[in-house]
Design a protein around this ligand. Structure first.
Ligand code: NAD
Ligand code: UDP
Ligand code: UDP
Length: 330
């Protein structure tokens, strides 16, 4: 056995077969970790991790984190949870269970093995925010009984659990509040705005803007986000977060539609459809804390470059020999 194998850190990535999780597994492998990826394939896919399966430092386990999990690891990245409104609203009770029961199990695991644990929280904890841009000390404006609540309130309760395990059991925690992130391996039918617009533009179909398109979001390319998460995990124990991670580059949804049409060179026209209820009007991270604590971390990939890479990925899915089949084998 190589001496490096004796000191190799072992990381558990829950939701590791999803969009962000698969990129994180990849990054941790390049950082020299042993990676245990746990996923129940609720929204993730074997294809997202197929290229990692040959690595002797990568292991996959099919498991639902709402049930206890007994493994031995040093670090836990808790990403398991459907993230797009269509997916998390499909079975809202399961969404809350995943956030809450899942967090309890992963925190119980972290407590037993004394692992450091990072929660993939979300800008959704700010709800439809009344302050702009959003800072971590803003408590948010959420509807606890609306259609987004299973996700927003589930993630808020998970944050509560993280901080109570920290105070009560002295767990080493890190809470990342992730803002809208996009890139290759987004699920093509999860209805998120970037994947929807790119696929519609590539097919020269109408671009569906919900509402009048004046609502804003700030979009971060996946590599920048993953870099922020890894840096956060490596900060001193005193730093618990919550810390915003995202890109402050804010667009209206109509501006995003126009940009995608332009980059694709599409003949698509914009059409307007009803705005889903409780859809936040604006979202933009205040990154002061992230910059101060994550070694000057700041997103590097601008929107045009990130969108180009994502367009390339979806173009290959549509035209390539390997057409995307989320339920297909690896
Ligand atoms: P995703 O749907 O691609 O990934 C989620 C993964 O979790 C999937 O592989 C899914 O199968 C798995 N999963 C769901 N429930 C599970 C369960 N009970 N047990 C085990 N695995 C389960 O979504 P994503 O965009 O990669 O998001 C990953 C995490 O980041 C989520 O926790 C999400 O809330 C958070 N986040 C993402 C964004 C974003 O813009 N992508 C923004 C904020 C927060
Ligand atoms: N748990 C787990 N893996 C472990 C340790 C605990 O999944 O290695 C689960 C366990 O099933 C429990 C939950 O984590 O329901 C919370 O654990 P904790 O020790 O905080 O609470 P307790 O076991 O006292 O209820
Ligand atoms: N949206 C849209 N057309 C679509 C998909 C989404 O106009 O085809 C809008 C949606 O109403 C929201 C924004 O784009 O205002 C971002 O939606 P997404 O589901 O990607 O993320 P979230 O609302 O969770 O930030």
């Amino acid at each position: 056995m190589n001496i490096k194998d004796l000191v190799r850190k072992r990381a558990l990535v829950t939701g590791g077969a999803g969009f962000l999780g698969s990129h994180l597994c990849e990054r941790l492998l390049t950082e020299g970790y042993d990676v245990l990826c746990v996923d129940n394939f609720y929204t993730g896919s074997k294809k997202n991790i197929a290229h990692l399966l040959d690595s002797p430092h990568f292991e996959f386990m099919r498991h639902d984190i709402t049930f206890p999990l007994y493994v031995e690891v040093n670090e836990i990245f808790n990403l398991a949870c459907p993230a797009s409104p269509i997916h998390y609203q499909f079975d809202p009770v399961q969404t809350t269970k995943t956030s809450v029961h899942g967090a309890i199990n992963m925190l119980g695991l972290a407590k037993r093995v004394k692992a450091k644990i990072l929660q993939a929280s979300t800008s959704e904890v700010y709800g439809d925010p009344k302050i702009h841009p959003q800072r971590e000390d803003y408590w948010g404006h959420c509807n606890p009984i609306g259609i987004r609540a299973c996700y927003d309130e589930g993630k808020r309760c998970a944050e509560t659990l993280f901080f109570d395990y920290h105070r009560q059991h002295h767990l080493r925690i890190k809470v990342a509040r992730i803002f809208n992130t996009y890139g290759p391996r987004m699920h093509p039918s999860d209805g998120r705005v970037v994947s929807n617009f790119i696929l519609q533009a590539l097919k020269h179909e109408p671009i569906t803007v919900y509402g009048d398109g004046s609502q804003t979001r700030s979009f971060c390319y996946v590599d920048d986000l993953i870099d922020g998460m890894v840096r956060l995990m490596n900060t001193p124990d005193e730093l618990t977060g919550p810390i915003n991670l995202g890109n402050p580059n804010e667009f209206t949804i109509v501006e995003l539609a126009e940009k995608v049409i332009d980059l694709v060179g599409s003949k698509s026209k914009i059409i307007f459809e009803p705005l889903p209820s409780d859809d936040p009007i604006q979202r933009k991270p205040d990154l002061t804390l992230a910059k101060a604590h994550l070694d000057d971390w700041t997103p590097k990939i601008d929107t045009s470059e990130g969108l180009r890479k994502t367009i390339e990925y979806f173009d290959e899915l549509l035209t390539g020999a390997n057409q995307y089949d989320p339920y297909g084998g690896s």
